[in-house]
Design a protein around this ligand. Structure first.
Ligand SMILES: [Zn+2]
Length: 229
């Protein structure tokens, strides 16, 4: 009961803070673990957002899921979704999450959560053993964008060791998994991927969804052959 009350308080506080009061949002509490921590989607028929919250969801998740709606609003993104159904969901999501959390990180309370949580689930070795290449790349892109472009330099320096360690593990795992899945993806491809990812600071403040999506497409061009699991 207490958990429910805290959850409700956080959600309504952030709906206000992000100015989402006029947007129809349905919160669905579920034990379905395919949603992992949480999920936000828009139903074009019902014309409303649905946020799925699971027992794993924490404060960062609640705010993050609302952050998707906030980001859509900032960039008028629904126009895009309507025309372009998604493929390569892990990779797209991780880039999108970078934009979402970057915008949310301007609120100190959320920034502190990301900063606290970033080292929390590490070491990550055990986690990534079961991941497909697609999912590994999603995880790598997510962490790369957060660590390099969302954390403030002073916080990044404090966590430098763990950041380098984890990115390294991801890179090794990606190369091994690519071989196992017989997909041509090597050190050079990783290097090219980082060149594209490093464009993030140039566009992170833009409000033109077409440019942001073009950035996603650029990343994805590298991965056409990768199975979407
Ligand atoms: Zn997300």
């Amino acid at each position: 009961m207490v958990v429910k009350r805290i959850r409700k308080t956080i959600l309504s506080k952030w709906v206000n803070k992000l100015n989402l009061n006029n947007i129809p949002i349905e919160f669905i509490y579920t034990n379905n673990n395919t949603f992992e921590n949480g999920l936000c989607s828009y139903d074009f028929n019902a014309k409303k957002y649905r946020i799925f919250i699971t027992p794993n969801s924490d404060k960062e998740t609640y705010i993050h899921e609302l952050g998707h709606i906030y980001f859509d609003k900032l960039t008028n993104a629904l126009n895009y979704y309507q025309k372009n159904p998604f493929k390569n969901i892990y990779i797209r999501n991780s880039i999108e999450d970078g934009f979402v959390n970057y915008n949310l990180s301007k609120f100190n309370e959320f920034y502190d959560l990301i900063n606290e949580n970033i080292g929390r689930s590490k070491p990550i070795n055990y986690l990534i053993k079961s991941f497909s290449l697609n999912r590994l790349l999603g995880g790598y892109i997510y962490d790369y964008l957060h660590w390099n472009f969302i954390l403030k330099p002073k916080d990044r320096n404090l966590q430098k060791e763990i950041i380098d360690y984890n990115l390294n593990i991801y890179q090794k795992a990606i190369l091994i998994r690519a071989k196992q899945e017989k997909i041509k993806f090597n050190q050079k491809d990783l290097f090219k991927l980082r060149i594209i990812l490093n464009q993030f600071p140039k566009i992170k403040d833009l409000r033109d969804y077409k440019i942001l999506k073009k950035y996603e497409d650029q990343v994805l061009e590298k991965f056409e052959k990768i199975r979407d699991i």
